[in-house]
Each structure stands twice: as C-alpha cells, then as structure tokens.
Design a protein around this ligand. Structure first.
Ligand code: PLP
Ligand code: COI
Length: 361
C-alpha cells in the first residue's frame, strides 16, 4: 500500500523548452496548455492503492473493454495553484477537494482515495511543474485530479481496478476575453440532476448529460446554462459548471440549497466570508418567477456565478424561451466585486488568510 511520502519521481527527459513555455504562458486561455508531468496512483481490490508516481505527461494505453469506456464510472476535481508575490506556489483548500473527491467516489461505488494521497499527488505535481504557473494577471495552474474504472470487463458492476491521475493546465480567465458580466440561458428542455441522482457528485456523466443544454446556451449567444430543478422545473439549481448567488437590496444573499447541486468549495467560501461580515446568507429555493419579478422591481441587485474555473463572475443578463431580462445595469455590482477581490486576494496571498485556507507547496 502506498503512503503519502512514496511518490516515485521520474522527471520528463524531454520537457518543453523554457522559451516555448514562456510563449504558451503569455495568453493561456483555459484548458489547452498542459505541463510536462502527471501524477498517477493505481488501485486494485486485492492490493489497494499502489505504484504512486510522477512521470512525463503522455497518452494512456487502455484496453477497449475498460469499464469507464462503457459505464462512465469516472469522477474528477478542479482546483488551482497560485503564485504569491513572494514567489511561493500555494493551493486553496486542497483538503476540501480531497473530501469532496471521497464523497464523489462513494456515490459512484468507487474506492475512496485517502486525503493524504490526494493532496500528496497534487503537491508533487505542482512542485515539479511550478514554472508552469502563469505570471499574467488572473493566471493560475488549474489542477485536474480524476479517477476512472480500468477493469477489463463488460459486466455491469463496480470495477475492481482504478487509475487515479492528476494533470495540470496553465490557465487565464475561464470566460473568453475576461468578460465583466456573463449572460446565462435558462434551460427549459433539460435538467441536470434529480433527487437521488448524482448531482452532488463531481462525475463526468453529469457534464456529458448537460452538454446539449450548454450547446443550446451557446447557440443563443449565452455563456452558461442555468439548470432548474428536475421535479417542478421551477427552482434555480446551478449553472453548467458553477454555483449561483443572488444579492438583494437589504444586503442579504441567497444561494440554492445543497442536495442536487455540486457542493462548491467557492460557494462554501463565499458563504463564510459573507457571514463573517454580518451578511445574512440563506440557502433557500428560489424560483424563476421570483428571479424575474425581483429583477424587475429592483429588489434583486446582483447575481453572480462562482466556481474554481469561473472564480466570481457577475451575471448581467438572463435569457431563455420564456425569459429575457437584465440584472441591475448588466455589469458587476459592488458586492460581487468586493467578494471577488477578497477571495482572489486570499488565494493569491495579497490579503490576509484569516481562515487558514491557503497551503504552501
Ligand atoms: N457546480 C458545478 C456543476 C461545477 O462544475 C463547479 C465547478 O467545479 C461548481 C459548481 C463550483 O465548485 P467549486 O467552487 O468547488 O469549483
Ligand atoms: C471547475 O470550476 O473546476 C470545474 O470543474 C468547472 C468547469 C466549468 C471547468
């Protein structure tokens, strides 16, 4: 069995030259610039977690009968490493990602990776690829831990073998052009998650099922899709890849309750920061009718999306087959801006970290 200290490190013999890396880091966009290495741990029912290693990033060889290719037994995480003004590489709440990864694994009948192996793999990769953290404003190293069923078997049952990997991608803003505020599309045709389903797990299947709705959003000139609840098709749940918050004229905030939505780490952090300032934050159902009425009356002042990739981004406009309205003046409001400045300040080491969220690698 592998413990946290036993990652075999085999550095890439042909890393991308520093001059070429510098070019790629100038304007990285999101999710297309990859680093030189990857971390990997194997799992077999009879051996447990073993063979932890950091190697050159490269293709995997998979048998065509590998279970993941048929029944989609796969989960992932999304987190970022930042460079502080002092030049350190830091992670934001890695323990929270490790815990959510275990929860996702449990829901998908997969073995739970111990937190010290999860965090150990992420740290080992950041450590060897730290030169890939972009220096551009808003830049970071996006880390993608994931695990999939690798048993060669076509019967429908939980796999007895898995691969856990971490890859890293140098990124800038998630939304093209670093938009001030985004436009969202309310999906009336598709839902994301039903009670008893996998909405709270970060499994690839949730995203596959949501792609058609995200494509409709794009066809309608929108940046993200908003999913409504699957039972009444009335209450706002979350976006394709972000949680959502509403800010009212009395200063209070609301976010949809957990259950069928992803328990976002940014969502939890925003709630902590806001409540710490005395702001009332309700985890409560919020209907499309209320959203439209409150936007029209001016009771609703700001709406924002939040997540690791999106950080905190204002939602300026809402569209859909039955909807079309603007929030406030359609831009980023003061509450959204203040929360974003505080969160990014903590993450990037330019503001104090009163919660102990940041971990140096
Ligand atoms: N909701 C969905 C569907 C997501 O994919 C994400 C992104 O990870 C989030 C919410 C936000 O989660 P977090 O803040 O942990 O990144
Ligand atoms: C993340 O924010 O980490 C996600 O997984 C969401 C996706 C839109 C990239």
């Amino acid at each position: 069995m592998t413990d946290g200290a036993t990652f075999a490190i085999q550095p890439n013999a042909n890393p991308i030259p520093a001059s070429e890396r510098a070019v790629r880091l100038e304007n990285p966009g999101f999710g297309t610039v990859f680093t030189d290495h990857m971390a990997m741990i194997r799992y077999q029912a009879e051996k447990g977690w073993h063979d932890a290693q950091v190697t050159a990033r490269g293709p995997l060889s998979l048998d065509p009968a590998s279970a993941v290719l048929h029944y989609a037994q796969e989960i992932f995480e999304g987190m970022k490493a930042y460079r502080t003004p002092a030049g350190d590489a830091v992670l934001f709440r890695p323990d929270a990602n490790a815990a959510r990864f275990r929860e996702s694994a449990r829901r998908m009948a997969m073995p739970e990776l111990p937190d010290e192996l999860f965090v150990g793999a992420v740290e080992a990769l950041v450590n060897i690829d730290r030169d890939w953290i972009p220096a551009v404003e808003g830049g970071s190293l996006y880390l993608r831990p994931f695990m999939f069923a690798s048993e060669v078997f076509l019967g429908v049952k939980p796999s007895s073998e898995y691969l856990f990997l971490v890859i890293a991608s140098s990124v800038g803003a998630y939304f093209k052009g670093g938009k001030d505020a985004v436009t969202v599309w309310v999906s009336s045709d598709y839902t994301r998650a039903a009670p008893g389903g996998t909405g709270a797990a970060k499994c690839g299947g949730n995203y596959a099922a949501g792609l058609i709705a995200q494509a409709q959003a794009s066809e309608n000139g929108c940046d993200q899709v908003v999913f409504l609840d699957a039972v009444e098709r009335r209450y706002v749940e979350e976006l394709g890849g972000m949680n959502i918050f509403f800010v009212f004229d009395d200063g209070s905030m609301l976010t949809p309750p957990l259950g069928t939505v992803l328990p976002g780490i940014t969502r939890a952090s925003v709630m902590t920061m806001a409540r710490d300032k005395g702001v009332e934050v309700r985890e409560q159902l919020y209907s499309m009718e209320d959203w439209r009425t409150d936007a029209a009356s001016g009771r609703l002042k700001e709406v924002f999306a939040c997540g690791t990739a999106a950080v905190i981004t204002a939602i300026g406009e809402v569209r859909g087959t039955e909807h079309g309205f603007t929030i406030g003046n359609g831009g980023t409001g003061p509450v959204t801006r203040a929360l974003r400045d505080e969160l990014t300040g903590i993450q990037r080491g330019t503001r104090p970290d009163p919660y102990g969220w940041v971990k140096k690698v």
